[in-house]
Design a protein around this ligand. Structure first.
Ligand code: PMP
Length: 399
């Protein structure tokens, strides 16, 4: 894109060139609506269904028709939770989520709360892993949905999703998982882990933005939240974004083949990054679980540092990173995830999220490791919060 070291893959990913090549004819040459009955409409339908099949294969869904296309991960989460809540409200009105869900899940639940539903949040431990015993205690007669993301998009902690899905299954409660943070680095198998609803997005596997999907297990019903011409078997009306869906299908096909080797490569880069940051920078800490974390995620906290100043310092050196979730980056509030892990507000403010991806290189990491300690040192030398011992340590190294 530019001469920038891009370490913010959790916020957005580039489209893989192979995906773009597959999409191009669908912008101009093949433009018909799959709903049309003419010959070019048939061609569009065939391609639409091919993409659906590729996405079903990507998550090992037994039935292609369980994939419903949407416009974004946010919409998939809305369809899953609002759609299921409305469908099953006669059975109960209680929904369980965790304290560290994505903001879209929080806002959906706030809306449902205003409309007569009761929401409980499971706390997490210091590493951001949900407490299974608490989950069991929160389940009631009227619980209809449990929604827990497979992994945190912020601190990268991976949840015991298999255990959670089994508990939900035993209690006959619908289980939804948001798989956005992990879909590029942890293979998804909806037959191995019995989920009822699973949100996926195209851009998070190097496909185009503006297209996503919800897996709805066969037999599960959700009420539509977008009404219209009845596309997607009535689950989601609106003409199909065919070029986007074609790209999503291709991205899923590539990801299925490459996910394991890609995750291994990223894990090596991540481990080097974590080790060297913690070793080279005094008063630095890793947030999230030390090992049970996404292979592409490193989330740090530095004492006496303000996260935004650090991002701006990195930006000056052409390095793109984040303090946390891009979806909440415009608020001045500390991250709800870090607070739930037990951090103080001032600790949560000094954080840095590094997320790696398909085009991250060792050279990028080396450059970052060379620059980061210098920026932190400069900020700490200017900060009134830096204690005298640390200032002395920095000044001694100078001489
Ligand atoms: N869930 C998670 C875990 C996310 O990280 C995001 C943001 N990428 C979303 C949902 C919402 O995605 P979008 O903004 O593309 O709808």
């Amino acid at each position: 894109m530019m001469d920038e070291i891009y370490l913010d893959y959790q916020a957005a990913k580039p489209i893989d060139r192979r995906v773009l090549d597959e999409m191009i004819p669908y912008f101009s040459d093949i433009y018909s609506n799959p709903a049309s009955l003419h010959r070019s409409g048939d061609i569009a339908t065939k391609k639409l269904e091919e993409s659906r099949e590729k996405i079903a294969q990507f998550i090992n869904a037994p039935d292609d028709s369980s994939i419903i296309f949407t416009s974004s991960a946010t919409e998939s989460n809305n369809l899953a939770i609002i759609g299921a809540a409305q469908r099953y409200k006669k059975k109960g009105n209680h929904i369980i989520i965790s304290e560290i869900e994505h903001i879209s899940i929080f806002n959906i639940c706030k809306y449902l709360e205003r409309n007569g539903f009761e929401i409980s949040k499971i706390p997490v431990d210091q590493y951001g892993i949900i407490k299974i015993d608490k989950l069991k205690r929160l389940i009631k007669e009227n619980t209809i949905i449990i929604s827990i993301a497979t992994a945190s998009n912020e601190i990268g902690s991976i949840q015991p999703i298999k255990e959670i899905s089994k508990i939900a299954q035993e209690k006959k409660i619908l289980f939804h998982t948001d798989a956005i943070a992990n879909e590029s680095v942890i293979p998804i198998d909806v037959q191995d882990i019995p989920v009822d609803l699973l949100s996926l997005s195209s851009n998070d596997i190097y496909g185009p933005k503006g297209v996503a999907a919800l897996y709805i297990k066969k037999g599960i019903r959700v009420n539509p939240i977008i009404l219209g011409g009845g596309q997607e078997k009535g689950f989601r009306s609106g003409s199909h974004n065919l070029h986007g869906i074609v790209g999503f299908g291709k991205a899923a096909e590539i990801m299925k083949k490459e996910i394991e080797s890609e995750a291994k490569r990223l894990e090596i880069l991540r481990d080097k990054l974590i080790k060297e940051v913690i070793n080279s920078i005094p008063n630095s800490y890793l947030n999230g679980h030390p090992t049970n974390r996404l292979p592409n995620n490193a989330h740090f906290r530095f004492d006496f540092i303000e996260g935004e100043s650090l991002i701006l310092g990195l930006k000056d050196q052409d390095i793109a990173a984040a303090t946390g979730s891009a979806c909440s980056s415009k608020t001045l509030e500390p991250s709800h995830t870090l607070i739930s892990c037990g951090l103080l507000h001032e600790e949560a403010h000094g954080s840095l999220l590094i997320s790696l991806g398909r085009y991250s290189t060792e050279e990028d990491i080396n450059k970052f490791l060379e620059i980061l300690p210098k920026i932190i040192k400069r900020l700490r030398l200017l900060s009134p919060l830096t204690p005298p011992e640390l200032l002395k340590q920095y000044n001694e190294v100078n001489n």
